[in-house]
Design a protein around this ligand. Structure first.
Ligand code: NAD
Ligand code: MG
Length: 390
């Protein structure tokens, strides 16, 4: 019996994880489920799975959660301290699927209690990669990638020496606007940016796919998780989204991971690792797909990829600056205060303003200093937006 917790249980990754767990209820005991404002979903899943505790991130929703759980044995809790406490409850396996930098502290709490952390929350590695890796090592915990590209790399490297790897290629669908003329991007609306051609995901990562900020985060994630150097990490646009990543070896061979765009593959791989188990994932019909296309991304179209390279070189606190600026720029875009292309400008400007001091950038990462830098970068992004709009 595996004891599992799901952080961000009400989201897209969380719901896919619950789907897998529900198919084999006798194999799992659910410790904690956490969510945000969707109290009905959180409570229904917590009751159905017999969780010990359900936590909403928002204090003001505690009465609603209590009411929704009335008559069940599930404990109700709310707020960020409760979230961290629940994440730190003994469990073998914890899914980290909160969106954004808010996933960092709960993920660290899970690692501190020695869990295997299935990491969908790429922001944890982008903002605090060395801290995550160190915390895992010190607590004999383990991080398994869930992002499809990183799961693909991880799988392609099974049994290989990392010294034999010469490069990795991460694929990108190109998102909602891959075929739009560059000049039209400026006028792209939130609704247009929120529809993905191949993957069904949360709204924020879907918009990040259209701007390629998602791929930028994934480049940094690959650097931090696997220790590749920036020049070993390449990105290719691959509109069919069936080759998730390729690993290149020193003998010239490339190992590709191929599968349908269904996150239950990567989640299931992390859930059953080191075994493989049958998953409810469609078998690919390659003959029906016929042709697979690959092309180099146009850097003028996707400034996020260039900025990611700068951050991969700088490391330290620059990842926290980059991610927080991106999160705020996205908030401002969703709220209609800036245009789609302005997100690039805001993030670049915040990076310029806050990463001037190399010594400060290279401080040993702690949760405190990462949180402080995250806060500063959000303020700076707000400032840049105010200046642009005045
Ligand atoms: P989502 O928006 O569908 O769900 C996010 C979850 O986090 C929800 O449960 C929400 O209640 C919770 N949440 C939101 N803000 C929070 C806060 N401030 N504090 C605590 N909880 C909060 O997002 P998603 O698409 O499931 O993505 C989750 C994570 O997985 C992201 O880091 C994303 O980049 C990553 N990821 C997602 C996919 C995908 O297919 N959806 C693929 C790869 C990686
Ligand atoms: Mg991905």
């Amino acid at each position: 019996m595996k004891r599992v917790s799901i952080l961000g249980a009400t989201g897209s990754i969380g719901q896919n994880t619950i789907d897998l767990i529900r198919r084999a209820p006798e194999d799992f005991e659910v410790v904690a489920l956490t969510g945000g404002r969707n109290i009905a979903r959180l409570a229904a899943d917590a009751v159905a799975l017999g969780a010990d505790v359900a936590v909403t991130a928002y204090d003001d929703l505690l009465p609603d959660l209590r009411a929704a759980l009335a008559g069940s044995e599930v404990e109700a809790a709310a707020g960020s301290a409760a979230l961290i406490e629940a994440a730190g409850r003994p469990a073998h396996w914890v899914m980290s699927a909160i969106v954004g930098a808010a996933g960092l502290a709960p993920g660290l709490a899970a690692l501190e209690q020695g869990a295997t952390l299935a990491l969908a929350n790429k922001e944890s590695l982008v903002t605090a990669g060395p801290l995550m890796i160190r915390t895992a090592r010190e607590n004999h915990a383990r991080i398994l990638p869930v992002d499809s590209e990183h799961s693909a790399i991880f799988q392609a490297m099974v049994g290989e020496e990392s010294a034999a790897v010469s490069r990795v290629i991460i694929t990108a669908s190109g998102g909602a606007f891959r075929d739009w003329p560059l000049a039209d991007l400026e006028r792209a609306t939130v609704a247009e940016a929120s529809s993905h051609p191949n993957w069904a995901m949360g709204q924020r990562i879907t918009i990040d796919s259209a701007s390629m900020f998602n791929k930028a985060l994934e480049m940094i994630e690959a650097r931090e998780f696997f220790g590749f150097t920036p020049d070993q990490i390449e990105v290719l646009i691959h509109p069919e989204s069936v080759v998730h990543a390729l690993v290149g070896f020193c003998d010239g061979g490339l190992m590709a991971h191929v599968g349908p765009p269904d996150m239950r593959h990567a989640i299931g791989y992390a859930l059953h690792w080191p075994q493989r188990q049958a998953l409810p994932v469609e078998a690919l019909d390659l003959a029906a797909i016929g042709t697979l296309n690959f092309r180099a991304p146009d850097i003028a179209r996707y400034p996020a990829l260039r900025l990611a390279r700068e951050v991969m070189e700088m490391r330290g606190l620059s990842g926290a600056v980059f991610n927080a600026a991106k999160e705020r720029a996205l908030d401002h875009f969703i709220a209609g205060r800036i245009g789609f292309s302005d997100m690039n400008v805001v993030v670049e400007e915040v990076l310029t303003r806050l990463t001037r001091d190399p010594e400060e950038m290279n401080a040993t990462l702690t949760l405190d200093c990462v949180s402080r830098m995250d806060h500063l970068a959000r303020q700076s992004a707000d400032q840049v937006v105010t200046e642009r709009n005045s």
